[in-house]
Design a protein around this ligand. Structure first.
Ligand code: ADP
Ligand code: MG
Length: 322
């Protein structure tokens, strides 16, 4: 890959967790009912995302790794309407492949044969028939092997894996109807069953003590709906990464939403303690911008005050009723 291409890649691929995020989004977009993530060490040596989604034919697979190809936007109206699928930039596979050695095996649902495509440092190395189950597996090895500057920014193995764990956790919580699992160095970290209930997903991811402390949120006003689960004020952690917020199905980190949740506890939390929350906020798509930056998961609301109020009141009444 050329220099420009590799720099551009750094915008999308900041660290191993960004690769995992893009690949898991692709699997969910592909209608998977099962998504399995496996990571070695800090994720740079090897990580793998497997799904049982719609899969790709040989020609779809060749197209998928080309620059700026997406099967997900048909025209500019789609873009303006706020795209329903998670990915739409059409550059994830291409850019991940530019900074790693990537192997994709895929077989379309009901298709007769599978294909393996090997991609290294931005170029297709080989395409061959492969025996594989329906769906897709993407293996990314030697991430950043050709971008030493990017590699230097990586933190310890524990920190990089934490980021990966956070990403996979968010998708597991947001998609309780999909069985999502995470493995680290051949050890299972968590696995959800994909049977549809948010409570079951929380139980699989956070364990029984947390799951039993959760109470249901079901609120909203003025076109904003707020739904999900929050913990009682005693079940907290010292970091805020367990306070998960989603806007129109998409995981976001939003000070507005976070403060609204904390406000709802109205001084019941011990200093520097954060509750568990898995909150889904739905707003009309035209009133929100969730693509402020491709890799930061930020969000901007037209009516920030309205959203803030709806979330605070929704969580407040859940806590009062519990
Ligand atoms: P985008 O997701 O923005 O379209 P990507 O580079 O992430 O761009 O993927 C390119 C294309 O490859 C997708 O539009 C999709 O058609 C196909 N694709 C990628 N991952 C998968 C997958 N896991 N299953 C089926 N198709 C996939
Ligand atoms: Mg994508």
């Amino acid at each position: 890959a050329g220099t420009v291409q590799r720099i551009a890649a750094g915008e999308v691929v900041e660290r191993p967790a960004s690769v995992v995020k893009e690949l898991v989004e692709n699997s969910l977009d592909a209608d998977a009912s099962r998504v399995s993530v496996a990571v070695e060490g800090d994720g740079t040596r090897e990580l793998r995302v497997r799904d049982d989604g719609v899969g790709m034919t040989e020609s779809a697979l060749r197209t998928a790794v080309e620059e700026h190809t997406t099967s997900k936007i048909r025209d500019i109206d789609d873009l303006e309407a706020g795209v329903g699928t998670l990915g739409f930039r059409g550059e994830a596979l291409h850019t991940i492949g530019a900074v790693s050695r990537m192997t994709i095996r895929s077989k379309p649902r009901g298709g007769a044969r599978g294909t393996e495509l090997v991609y290294e440092g931005g170029a297709v190395e080989s395409v061959s028939p492969a025996g594989c189950p329906e769906g897709t597996v993407v293996e990314v090895r030697d991430l950043f092997f050709n971008t030493p500057a990017r590699r230097k920014f990586l933190k310890t193995e524990a920190t990089e894996f934490d980021h990966i764990n956070t990403v996979v956790t968010q998708y597991a919580l947001a998609n309780p109807d999909v069985a999502v699992s995470l493995e680290h160095d051949d050890r299972e970290v968590f696995a959800t069953e994909g049977r549809g209930s948010r409570e079951a997903a929380v139980l699989s991811v956070y364990g029984r003590e947390v799951a039993e402390s959760m109470t249901r949120v079901d609120g909203g006003t003025d076109g904003v709906s707020v739904e999900g689960l929050v913990s009682d004020p005693e079940t907290t952690r010292s970091t805020r990464e367990y306070l998960s917020t989603f806007v129109n199905g998409r995981y976001v980190t939003s000070p507005v939403l976070r403060e609204a949740v904390l406000d709802a506890y109205g001084g019941q939390l011990a200093p520097d303690r954060y509750p568990f929350a898995v909150l889904f906020v739905e707003v009309p798509p035209e009133t929100v911008d969730v693509n402020v930056h491709p890799r930061k998961m930020e969000v901007r609301f037209d009516d920030e005050q309205g959203v803030r109020r709806a979330v605070r009141e929704g969580v407040e009444s859940a806590l009062i009723e519990s």
